[in-house]
Design a protein around this ligand. Structure first.
Ligand code: B12
Ligand code: SF4
Length: 406
């Protein structure tokens, strides 16, 4: 449900940042396909397309159409960065990784008739990460802000290493604050993989946000959140409403399997309680189908998440994205079942699971979500919310129930 809201309510900071790293002398037309159709008869000179894995087939189709019409096409983003050779079959050039340096270079080469097939990222210093040009301020409910890039934790299923890398970089706080101040929306969402990688930086950021009168949601890791009262206190004062936490599994064996060093299952319940006590909500993110997972994982998880008193959950099926360690291992073992990327949307089974059947995974995920978001459970959670007034109670219950049951 949160997934649905965020997917449609958040503007794309990817597009906004690409506009801002395009030199002013070029005229840019930007299309976000969630809201508009692409005009294949567009009469510009160069088409740039960004895609994650789940939309790669669609992006390739559009790229092929533009090329058939004689346009030069560049592909970038997570999927082309992971599989540049595949993407190159549909594009004149592929931008691999962060584009702050390579995109302006590509544009110069294009103008000079010297376009290269691939542009690899050179490390982008945090000062160079630009403020996004807000193309969609007028209709968005949230603003998107990115304070940091990179994550050193190296979880085996995570695609972040392929684009942002393991080198954590934090933007100058004054720049981030200026950006937040300029947002027309009351609410914002941090497009950072985790705001707990360097908690000293985050504390300073939150300190500076106090008084800006904003509300926000952000990702964080449980190992820090369950221990750092000062961070939680500042987060609340800065306007944090919800922490999105990748618990991933309530099985410590599965956590070990994915090499997620930040997660100790034993910390989960106390961490959530602490965050709730500071007046913030927790959305727990879970995945099912890791090698140690057996059919009883759904029952165990439901029991654990009820005990943890999570405010919301997002439950998905393990999806090995190309470029990740998990994908490479499963491919080596011959367990990748399909490379139809449109199936990589986290609700299908795209690899051969070890200790659970495909059907059990699909049905188990759906029934867990239905149980967690049953009407009595949604009402119970809304009643327990200490910050609730009548309007919030109704909206929250309706939102939780309707988005997860229809
Ligand atoms: C915020 C976020 C979200 C928000 C998205 C909000 C929005 N409207 O954009 C929400 C919560 C909705 C979300 C949803 C999903 N997300 Co998400 N998300 C992120 C997160 C944390 C940040 C993305 C971001 O905005 N980055 C900032 C921008 C500026 O960076 P960027 O996109 O990489 O762009 C840079 C370069 O890649 C390059 N570039 C990108 N495109 C192009 C194109 C061209 C032409 C060029 C030249 C350059 C270029 O230039 C940019 C500047 O350097 C990332 C993890 C991460 N740290 O990146 C995961 C991530 C992108 N998400 C991921 C996934 C899987 C999903 C979902 C499928 C999950 C799900 N089923 O719910 C959905 C898909 C939604 C959709 N249809 O797009 C995966 C993608 C893996 C993959 N290979 O596809 C990531 C990497 C998480 C992970 N740990 O693996 N997500
Ligand atoms: S902690 Fe999060 S962002 Fe970092 S590697 Fe693990 S899943 Fe990816």
């Amino acid at each position: 449900m949160d997934k649905f809201i965020y997917t449609y309510a958040l503007p794309s900071i990817t597009l906004e940042q690409l506009i801002s790293i395009t030199p002013d002398k070029y005229e840019v037309e930007c299309v976000d396909e969630r809201w508009e159709n692409v005009d294949l008869n567009w009469d510009g000179n160069l088409v740039g397309i960004s895609t994650l894995t789940l939309s790669a087939n669609h992006a390739y189709k559009i790229a092929d159409e533009f090329r058939r019409r004689g346009k030069t096409v560049v592909l970038g983003g997570y999927h082309p960065s992971a599989l540049p050779e595949e993407a190159k079959q549909h594009a004149d050039s592929v931008v691999i990784g962060e584009a702050e340096i390579s995109w302006p270079k590509l544009l110069r080469d294009f103008e000079n008739g010297e376009l290269k097939p691939f542009y690899r990222a050179t490390p982008v210093e945090p000062e160079m990460i630009p403020s996004p040009k807000r193309s969609s301020q007028n209709y968005s409910y949230y603003g998107m802000v990115q304070a940091t890039r990179g994550c050193p934790h190296g979880c085996s299923y995570c695609a972040v290493q392929k684009v942002e890398g393991i080198n954590f970089r934090a933007r100058p706080i004054r720049k981030v604050i200026k950006e937040i101040e300029s947002l027309q929306t009351k609410r914002l969402f941090f497009a950072d993989s985790s705001l707990t990688i360097n908690s000293n930086y985050t504390k300073q950021l939150f300190q500076e946000m106090i008084g800006l009168n904003k509300k926000f949601s952000c990702y964080g890791n449980i190992n820090v959140l369950c221990n750092d009262d000062e961070l939680l206190n500042l987060a609340k004062k800065a306007g944090c409403e919800t922490w999105l936490i990748g618990f991933e599994s309530v099985s410590q064996d599965s956590i070990k399997f994915i090499g997620k060093k930040t997660n100790k299952v034993i910390d989960y319940a106390s961490g959530v309680k602490k965050i709730n006590n500071f007046g913030m909500m927790v959305t727990g993110l879970f995945m099912f189908g890791f090698d140690p997972d057996k059919p009883d994982i759904f029952k165990t998880t439901l029991k654990a998440i009820n005990k943890m008193k999570l405010n919301r959950v997002t439950c998905t099926i393990v999806t090995p994205y190309p470029g990740t360690t998990l994908f490479n291992e499963l491919e080596k073992e011959g367990r990748i079942l399909t490379k139809d990327w449109s199936k990589y949307n986290l609700t299908n089974v795209v690899f051969l699971p070890k200790n659970i059947s495909e059907e059990q995974l699909i049905k188990g995920r759906i029934s867990l979500v239905k149980e967690f978001y049953s009407l009595p459970n949604c009402l119970k959670r809304s009643f327990q919310d200490k910050n609730t007034d009548f309007n919030r109670f109704v909206i929250r219950t309706a939102r939780d129930y309707l988005f997860n049951n229809f």
